[in-house]
Structure formats: C-alpha cells, structure tokens
Design a protein around this ligand. Structure first.
Ligand SMILES: *Cc1c(COP(=O)(O)O)cnc(C)c1O
Length: 220
C-alpha cells in the first residue's frame, strides 16, 4: 500500500518537484516500506520523535523538520536535519544560527509564511518576510542558509481560496528575489499536502509534504 502510493505520487510529480513523505506518528516499519520504494525525504514535526527515528533508520534518509520548533529544542536538532522547513520567527532563526555555528555545521532552513485564514498562528506574514529581506537582515547569519519558503493553505473546501493562498506564497518568494536579487539558492517553495498538493504544484510548489495519502490516518 505505502510503496504503491509512493510510486504513484513520484510518477505524478512534474520534474523538479520533490516529495517529502510526512511520517510523523508513523512507525519505522512504515518509513522503511516507503524507503524501499525509493523515498528518501521524510518529514517529522516533533524533535524527540525525529531523533528516535534517525537513530535506527538508514543514514541516507534526508530528514525535514516541519513542526513548530521550540527554542529549547533547537540545540538537539542541529546537525540532524537536511532542512528545517518551519522557521517561524526571527528569534528562532537567530538561535538556529548561533547553535549551528557552535556545532560547526551549516543548517538549511525555509522561512514559514502564514497566509491561511485560520489554522496555525505560526509564521511570518508576507509583508514581514519581505521586509526582513529588503532590510537585508539575513546578512548577519553565519551558519544558516535560507533556501526558500514554506506555507500552508487555508483548511477549506473552497479550492479557489486554497489556490489564492498558494499563489501568495509563490509570489512572496518571487518578490523577495526581486528585493534581494543577489540571494543564492533561494529556490524552494514548500507547499501542498495530501488534500491540495495538485493545486500547489500548479501554483509553483517545488516540494510537497504528503502524509495521510501515503501512510493513512495518524494515531495521535
Ligand atoms: C502533518 C503535516 C503535513 C502532512 O499533512 P497530510 O494532510 O497528512 O498530508 C504537511 N505539512 C505540515 C507542516 C504538517 O504538519
């Protein structure tokens, strides 16, 4: 089942769009089934769970952290991820940078945008994020590479609204590049989940994060 879903999604994704298989709350065996089908990027939303899983799963798995990251957990996470997708405040970014420098690693991150009507309160508004780059505040970073943006659409059946949310995320990345054209490697637009990833891809996603459609319902 899992392997079939992975293969199906891989075959449907256009070139240049990657899949993050969101494995939070699912056991190692489920991850290994996806791994066997060629999947290498997995997403987790809790630090403890990610650390437990990295301990006994193949070392060529690329772990993405996609949940709200509490500042007191940053140190544990540094060096364990290939991408932290959910940087939702400048304070968190500063801390990630400081801990990465101390650990002697460069951490790759995405800036989380908040565009949805309800749902999470986490993330930058498009204006806040644009201002961050316009003022070139990223230049103080020493050991962090900002690779793009991540966001979620409103949780609604109104697919026009969902499309608008994705378009705003995509447009914000473009505006940032216009404001800071010398930015390098700022090319990831992470958006699209089980119920809306087709629309996200149409609106410029380069990385979809899919859990339920691959692994089934989560047992919280
Ligand atoms: C859980 C989660 C997903 C996956 O959602 P599904 O609807 O299960 O595909 C994607 N992105 C984030 C940030 C999540 O927390």
């Amino acid at each position: 089942m899992i392997a079939e879903e992975i293969k199906k999604i891989h075959s449907e994704l256009p070139e240049g769009v990657r899949l993050c298989a969101v494995s939070k709350f699912h056991p190692a065996e489920a991850i290994m089934e996806a791994y066997g089908a060629g999947q290498r990027i997995f997403g987790e939303s809790r630090v403890q769970e990610l650390l437990e899983k990295t301990g006994h799963l193949p070392v060529d798995i690329q772990w993405h952290f996609i949940g709200h990251l509490q500042t007191n957990k940053v140190r544990q996470l540094i060096g364990k991820t290939s991408l932290i997708e959910s940087v939702d405040s400048e304070r968190l970014l500063t801390l990630i940078d400081r801990e990465s420098e101390k650990a002697g690693v460069v951490t790759r991150v995405l800036m989380q945008l908040h565009v949805a009507k309800e749902e999470t309160k986490f993330g930058f508004s498009p204006d806040e994020l644009l201002e961050y780059f316009r003022e070139r505040r990223f230049e103080t970073l020493k050991a962090t590479h900002i690779c793009g943006v991540m966001g979620m659409a409103s949780n609604t059946d109104d697919m026009e609204r969902v499309r608008q949310d994705f378009r705003l995320i995509s447009d914000t990345r473009r505006s940032i590049l216009e404001a800071a054209p010398d930015l390098r490697g700022f090319d990831i637009v992470s958006m699209g989940m089980s119920g809306d990833w087709h629309i996200a891809v149409e609106e410029g996603s380069t990385l979809v994060r899919i859990g339920t459609a691959i692994f089934g319902e989560r047992q919280y």
